[in-house]
Write a protein that binds this ligand. Structure first.
Ligand SMILES: [Zn+2]
Length: 451
């Protein structure tokens, strides 16, 4: 009953007060996800052209960029025409952010940053329309999993930034919109009973959070004898990090075998793609031009490329051909769910989820994660690559289980994968620090060639 009130009255009112048109955009996306490919292309072309004309007239950075590249938006015939505009790097954004803003954005601009968990922080700005489109994409993809606006949602949040911002207004907003936010920045066994108690009282229909945080919470709850499989949770939404198979299993089992579903996006890039019930990641096509590039050329379906984004609704600070640093593949077309939106597959995550070997190979973090996970008695760990041949492994262990030759096995495993010239230092610690953003990263590479 209350969820209906939230859906039909409180949420629309809340968005209206914030000057966002989320509800209309959501209804639009509902139709567009089933549109024919030609119609979607036409829609994207018109949105892109509008965006580029706006950038040319109102944003100094792009004015210069277009003219240097000999690009004239008003003469565009098709989407491909804009691909003569150079790619946009994070470094360029850092240097030019003030020239990239549209200061007359309706409703003003809001400042954000990436928190610097994967290198230097990146400052950027959102306008109301972009926020509304990202929120609409989120609401739409929740509906794919039978969760509607107003249904009870538990945010198992890992970010201290969000928590410190949480004030009375946020509490009231959460209450009104049927959300409950539990801080899980640092989960300790002591907090588990209280967290479980809160969940039992609130009875969420879905859970939303970083997979590392949710998985850790589930493991600890289980270890302490708390069952969560009968609390009415229907689905768990994973966000912001690569969702590993073992996390998906742990989380699903813990909540009674419910699906764990994943999105792909980032704070600055927005809400790019989400899994449907068929397990395919559909691109929110109405909101993006997504390119997959290797050495400047578009790759084919099933080949790895860097994800390059153009957000079609980010007018306050346009992201035009933005290099995300993520590696993924264009997926196959067509899906049994009936949606026409294209798909993306084998998302390999941030380039910081890779390590580079002394002979120049990029290895997925999983290859070294398994070396450490294989050792009995490892509770938590973090792998830091300080230099190409310098690896530090931080371990939190159960002393009675961890084998005598554990360190040696780790060292051997790394040398096997990365080459004999690599130095591996294993250190024991009582707690593994989180990154400033609250994310838990198993592998961090500080090697410059990644950035
Ligand atoms: Zn699908």
């Amino acid at each position: 009953m209350y969820s209906k009130l939230v859906k039909h009255l409180i949420f629309p009112l809340h968005e209206k007060i914030l000057g966002r048109d989320t509800y209309n955009f959501l209804e639009r996306l509902e139709n567009e996800q089933y549109m024919s490919e030609e119609k979607i292309e036409e829609l994207k072309f018109l949105k892109l052209k509008d965006l580029l004309l706006h950038a040319q007239s109102n944003i100094p950075f792009y004015q210069k960029r277009f003219s240097d590249a000999g690009f004239e938006p008003s003469k565009m015939q098709n989407i491909d025409d804009f691909k003569i505009i150079p790619l946009l790097s994070k470094e360029e954004i850092r240097k030019n952010v003030d020239d990239m803003k549209w200061n007359n954005s309706p409703g003003g601009l809001q400042r954000y940053n990436t928190g610097g968990s994967s290198g230097k922080p990146l400052v950027f700005y959102f306008d109301r329309k972009r926020q509304a489109y990202d929120a609409a994409a989120r609401a739409l993809t929740h509906r794919w999993w039978d969760i509607d606006i107003g249904d009870k949602e538990l945010y198992l949040w890992g970010s201290p930034l969000e928590i410190t911002k949480q004030d009375k207004i946020k509490d009231i907003r959460d209450m009104l919109t049927n959300d409950l936010l539990i801080s899980a920045f640092e989960i300790s066994e002591m907090q588990i009973p209280d967290m479980v108690q809160q969940i039992r009282k609130f009875k969420p229909k879905c859970v939303f959070g970083y997979p590392s945080t949710v998985a850790l919470f589930c493991e600890m709850a289980q270890k302490n004898g708390f069952k969560l499989d009968d609390e009415g949770v229907k689905v768990v939404f994973s966000t912001a990090e690569v969702l590993y198979d073992h996390q998906r299993e742990t989380i699903s089992k813990s909540f009674g075998g419910v699906p764990v579903t994943d999105c792909y996006g980032s704070r600055e890039g927005g809400f790019v793609s989400h899994e449907c019930k068929e397990g395919k990641y559909h691109i929110i096509e109405s909101n993006y031009i997504v390119e997959f590039l290797k050495n400047g050329k578009e790759v084919n379906c099933g080949e790895d490329g860097e994800v390059v984004l153009t957000h079609l609704d980010a007018w306050g600070m346009p992201f035009i051909r933005y290099r995300t640093g993520d590696v993924a593949q264009p997926g196959t077309n067509g899906c049994a769910c009936g949606r026409t939106w294209r798909t993306i597959q084998n998302i390999q995550g941030r380039t910081t989820d890779f390590i580079v070997t002394p002979d120049g190979r990029w290895q997925h973090a999983l290859s070294v994660i398994y070396v450490v996970r294989d050792i009995e008695g490892v509770d938590e760990f973090k792998i830091i690559q300080h230099a190409v041949d310098d690896i530090e492994v931080l371990l939190k262990i159960h002393e009675e289980i961890y084998p005598e030759n554990g360190n040696e096995r780790i060292e051997k495993g790394f040398k096997k994968r990365m080459g004999d010239s690599v130095n591996v230092k294993v250190s024991m610690t009582d707690s593994i620090p989180r990154d400033a953003s609250g994310k838990y990263r198993y592998v961090i590479s500080k090697v410059e060639s990644f950035k």
